[in-house]
Design a protein around this ligand. Structure first.
Ligand code: PGA
Length: 241
């Protein structure tokens, strides 16, 4: 199975725009034996997305908290599950770097998501400075070790997304041969049991190369997911690989 996850981030600004994007996807992301799309809109559009995408793409969350109760502004895995999500992006680099999420907090989120029946899409990846310093695999290894502490990598319904921070939203995607080094490294740790996604400036031109040349099982797309034509074209390209 090939996967394409669409991360809308904090977009679009209103429900009318959200509806346009969702209607644009509708027929082009229908789940089949070869490929599956998961759309992760802001929580306020989950209900709309559920209505429009039923029997087509799955729904995911962009984040979650690890508890319910007195946590103003947070959403729990159980709440997301009941809103129709099957998975949740956890540890996205924007959460790590703009909101100061630690590996320990990410680990709590992964555990809570799994126990609520949500599949975590665990994100990892190095900054530009770390790359220049030759620390790519050290950074990824530490993020995995701490963020996935206590998780059975042989059986947990989990996905891992390698997203080099410098490639996110910059139009500067990682070359597939460089991405291949990281996919070999991660798959060595996971024994190839966990689907591995590439993310960072994915578009129709580079999408297939990560699966064909670098042994990824799918993609995590930000910008491209807000353009239904582009997103559906990527979905079709993956399905036909
Ligand atoms: P991008 O974002 O495709 O816009 O680079 C990817 C992501 O943040 O997951």
């Amino acid at each position: 199975m090939k996967y394409i996850i669409g991360n809308w981030k904090c977009n679009p600004a209103n429900k009318i725009e959200a509806k346009k994007i969702l209607l644009g996807y509708k027929k082009g992301v229908k789940k089949n034996a070869k490929a599956k799309a998961v759309i992760c809109p802001p929580a306020c559009y989950l209900e709309l997305a559920r209505e429009i995408l039923k029997n087509s793409a799955e729904l995911g969350a962009q984040n979650c908290h690890w508890e319910e109760g007195a946590f103003t502004g947070e959403i729990s895995p159980a709440q997301l599950k009941s809103a129709g999500c099957s998975c949740a992006i956890i540890g996205h680099s924007e959460r790590r770097h703009k909101f100061g999420e630690t590996d320990q907090a990410i680990n709590k989120k992964v555990i809570a998501a799994l126990s609520a029946g949500l599949a975590p899409i665990f994100c990892c990846g190095e900054t530009r400075e770390q790359r220049i310093d030759g620390q790519i695999t050290d950074v990824v290894e530490k993020q995995m070790e701490e963020g996935l502490k206590g998780i059975d990598l042989n059986s947990a319904p989990l996905m891992i997304a390698y997203e080099p921070v410098w490639a996110i939203g910059t139009g500067q995607a990682c070359d597939s041969d460089e991405a291949a080094v990281v996919s070999r490294f991660i798959k060595n740790i996971t024994n190839e049991k966990i689907p591995l996604l590439y993310g960072g400036s994915v578009n129709t031109k580079n999408a297939a190369s990560y699966l064909k040349d670098a042994d990824y099982d799918g993609l995590l797309a930000g910008g491209a997911s807000l353009d239904p034509k582009e997103f559906c074209a990527i979905f079709t390209a993956l399905r036909e690989l």
